[in-house]
Write a protein that binds this ligand. Sequence first.
Ligand SMILES: *Cc1c(COP(=O)(O)O)cnc(C)c1O
Length: 386
Amino acid sequence: MPRPILATIHPAALRHNLDQARRRALQSRVWAVVKANAYGHGIERVFDAFRSADGIALLDLAEAERVRALGWRGPLLLLEGVFEPRDLELCSRLALWHTVHCDAQIDWLAAHKTQQPHRVFLKMNSGMNRLGFAPGRLRSAWARLNALTQVDEVSLMMHFSDADGPKGIDGALAAFDEATRDLPGERCVANSAALLRHAERTRADWVRPGIVLYGSAPDYPEHDAAHWHLQPTQTLATRLIGVQQLQPGDSVGYGSRFVAEQPMRIGVAAVGYADGYPRVAPSGTPVLVDGVRTRLVGRVSMDMVTVDLTPVPQAGLGSEVVLWGRAGTLPPSAATGMARPVDSHAVLPIDEVAHAAGTVGYELMCAVAPRVPVAVEEEDGAGLPA
Ligand SMILES: *Cc1c(COP(=O)(O)O)cnc(C)c1O
């Protein structure tokens, strides 16, 4: 009997969220961003749901090879471009489009021997100061690229630093428009937050949604996933493997961080920071037990967490514990042999858990550990190991 923990991927939700992104994108073509192994979901597990995207964007060359191996023949974009000259050989061989953000990448292209001219996305630094050419240097970079026989088409891209917050996109967009005013080429701008919050002003040839596809709101807690009509695409669930009855003054876990003030039952769930659940999640972080909302008590251990069973008195050994995502995804437990009542429509948004732990949904979904088995939900609702 393996540990009862399971991550479940929900393809119907991935499809739904891509549709939502596409509706907001209007005429723009949509890159489905699948970097970081599809935000922790697994590229192979999301691929089918994202087949209808106009292109697939990522940044790791090995991941690009995996996407081509799945049979994807459409546009495939390296968001950070190449890391060293020989990466260009793979770009030629797999027809990868790639970002160009610095002079060295242009030097490497100029020295690259290829029969296949490359499509490149010239990146402007619009104030985030990570990658890209300063606005004043964009034109000379464009002219250099445009003169290379190794390059066929030059597109123009930028990335917003503040699309999710009060600073917004005005300054960055104005700088981009100004710097690219009469340059030819397709434009590629918005990330998820810009697409959701500023759709009318980020019309472009291409948009690059990532996190929305995975059902997390980029501007939580100002707006939640339900506000943006997004569905959770990943569930992390496990079961109770122990129950303790506490008396007033009894404490729980390492450091005795939680002390009971009255008699209470607590459940011990088979998940810990070695599974990717954040160790910094404090007492009070929401969880679902048998579909009922309750809270973490005490410190997160490597392999276990402890939860308050007060709101769910019928819970016991084998009860389902959802760390984020949807209730009712675990296969029936042979160990306990009993079907317990589960509110199978209950949802615990990953953003709520992330917020309680002082982070963002992105980090939690990317961090699910390799030791956690993953199932892909079948469209009829049954889980399948994958
Ligand atoms: C990750 C990434 C995106 C997607 O960002 P989200 O916030 O997940 O939508 C878009 N563009 C670039 C360049 C990225 O690196």
